[in-house]
Structures are given as C-alpha cells and as structure tokens.
Design a protein around this ligand. Sequence first.
Ligand code: FAD
Ligand code: FES
Length: 367
Amino acid sequence: MVMELLISVGVVAAIAVALAVLMVIADATIGNYGEKKVTVNDDKELTVTGGLTLLTALKEQGLFIPSACGGRGSCGLCKVKVAAGGGEILATELPWLSAGERAAKVRLSCQFKVKNDLKIAVPQELLSVREYTAEVTRIVDLTRDLKEVTFALRGPATIDFKAGQYVQLEVSPYELTDEPLYRAYSVASAPSMKDRLELEIKYVPEGIATTWVHRHLAVGDIVTLNGPYGDFGLHDGDRDIIMMATGSGMAPMRSILLDMAEKGSARKVTYLFGCKERCDLFLLDEMRELEKRLPNFRFVPAISRPNAEDGWDGQTGRLTDILPQYIPNGAAIEAYLCAGSAVIKSYIAALTAIGVARERIYFDDFG
Ligand SMILES: Cc1cc2nc3c(=O)[nH]c(=O)nc-3n(C[C@H](O)[C@H](O)[C@H](O)COP(=O)(O)OP(=O)(O)OC[C@H]3O[C@@H](n4cnc5c(N)ncnc54)[C@H](O)[C@@H]3O)c2cc1C
Ligand code: FES
C-alpha cells in the first residue's frame, strides 16, 4: 500500500517536472520568433525583435507611433497600415477599426505581435518623431488639481513642433506601475520656444501618470519624452474662429494663441473657456495680456457652478448654453475644441446647432 502510494507520488512528480520542462522549451521556442524585417514605406528596412508588439518593436528601433494609452488598446491612436505579414486582425483591435480601415489593412500596433517579416506604411511625419531627455526645471500649481511643468530639453537640445501638437511623457516605474509607460500631453508653450516644453497636467484620481506627476515628480528630475505628434492646430485662412475648451484643454489653445500673437495674426478669435468653480480658472492674466497683443482676440472664462463667496462677476453657465450669445450664426466660423470625448460631443452638437459646418470643426480629444 505504502509502495503504491510512493509510486503514485513519484509518477505525479515526474509528470509535473516533464510539464515544467515542456513549458520552458515552449517559451523558448514557440514565443521566440527571432529577428524579423520590417519594411517601412517601401523605403526603410528595420530589423526588429520578433514576438514583441509592433509598437514596442518599432520603438526599440527609434520609430515612435502615437500611443496615448501606453499600449493598453484603449486610445486607438497607434494605427499602422500593415500591407504584408500582419495575419488576422485580433478581437482587441476590432472596436477601433472601421470597415474601411480593416479593408485597408490598418492594425492597432500595440495589440498584434511581430511574427513575420512585415511591410508597413506610416505617415511621413512620424519618421521625424524623436525621443528627448529633459530636466524638470519648474513646477507651478495653476489650480488645486492642475500643474504646469516645464521640461528643459537636454538631448536633443531643441524640438520643432506645430502649435496644437502633443508629446508623450514616459512615466517611470513607481508604486502604481511596474513598467515604464507613456501618456500624451499637449504642448502649452509656443513653438518658438524650442529648448523647453511647458505641459499643463491635470490630476486624475488614481491615474497612473498624473499621480506620478502630481505626487512624485520634482524639479531636477530627468525624464524621457517623445514627439511631436498630432494634426490638431490652426488651419490657414481668414475665417473667424471660435475656441472652446475646459480644464487642461487650455494647453493646445494657449500654444496656438501664443503662436498667433508672435506671428501678428489679425484673425478674430472668441475663446470660451469653461470651469466648474472660480478656483478652477487659471491663466486669466496671461489671457488678458494676449487680448492686448492680438487685436481681435476675446477671452471668455465661464463658471458653471458659481457661488456667492466666489465674488465672480464674469460669465456663468455651460459653454454649450452661452455659445449662441457670442456666436449667433456660425455659418462662416471655424471651430477649435479641446476637452474629453463626452464634452467634445456636446460642443460639436452646440456648434452645428448654430450653423457651424461639421467639416470646419477641429478638435483635440483627450479621451
Ligand atoms: C492627444 C492627447 C493630448 C492630451 N493632452 C493632455 C494635457 O495637455 N493635459 C492633461 O492633463 N491630459 C492630457 N491628455 C490626457 C492624458 O494623456 C492622460 O489620459 C491623463 O493624464 C490621465 O492619465 P493617467 O495615467 O493619470 O490616468 P489612467 O491611469 O490612464 O486612468 C485612470 C482612470 O481615470 C480615467 N481617466 C483617464 N483620464 C481621465 C480624465 N482626463 N478625466 C477623468 N477620468 C480620466 C481612466 O478611464 C481610468 O479609469 C491628453 C490625451 C490625449 C489623447
Ligand atoms: S497605444 Fe492606445 S490603443 Fe494602442
């Protein structure tokens, strides 16, 4: 009986060891795709590590694809056309791809792994995206939950970007993340200031990047950024402009306005900026200063939940409600919006209701 028991235990142990060995072998072989070739835009050939996601494999080779959610499959920004070698589209990619994109072999680069040689197509401007080392030189509290952080570029020492574009900030591992990850932040400073970037970062409760910025980042820290990305920005022409933003949506608007002021723009701009309470408003002095520099610029800060102690005698109400007061007829207007997705939707509805053509509504969706 004891002998039988010992034999059974021995057999089970032997099977367990055999399975463990098989798993190690499987890990080392099945998951090991070796080096793969990725041909970019029929022009450039990269040798990448097979088995990595395309996003990570390209990043290792210095080709940065926008990835605002840090590769979690929740921003839809990391799309790349994979002309050959991509295989089947994964279930996690489907929600982000339209029928047209699927037919055009567009893939979510953070989701599928490089298992074959690939041919991909990326927008030309992504080829000039660079990684930067930067030193935090200034951190200012703009409101109770919004900080302006200045990053002085150390290497490369300067950056070229267009007003309205964003960069990705790398968050170092700390108690909320074991791995470095990236988040997108619009540049709030003027493109003429090439050696520094100012970002306006709003605290999101339990948010990984914003907790790191608000609770851990300090002057003197060295960080990694990459960019610039995005096509949000002022369109040429002389149409009157309406800008609508809330909270950190101020960032790209500020960059655009500073750029317009430096270029001596005479375009008529009405900027509606919304906040819940008086204490959420910021940069009021700077916006008044811009009103002096831009002859046809009007800044309208509005509070949706005023209270008597605030002493606020400015505009009150939601931007969507006060919009017709400032722009009764939007037929000839161009609109620029920046906020979270739900707010953007409400702005678009309000703008189209006053006659702004949908194709002249440009927006930067913070998600
Ligand atoms: C193109 C682009 C530009 C951006 N520019 C800016 C900018 O200039 N300033 C800025 O502050 N942010 C900006 N963002 C948002 C930023 O990239 C992060 O999403 C945000 O800072 C939250 O990151 P986190 O890691 O702290 O939160 P996460 O850890 O990613 O999220 C934690 C939780 O909070 C939710 N959440 C995420 N963001 C928000 C939010 N804004 N409000 C409420 N809940 C949220 C998530 O759904 C999740 O449940 C931009 C986003 C995009 C796509
Ligand atoms: S990086 Fe956000 S979906 Fe791929």
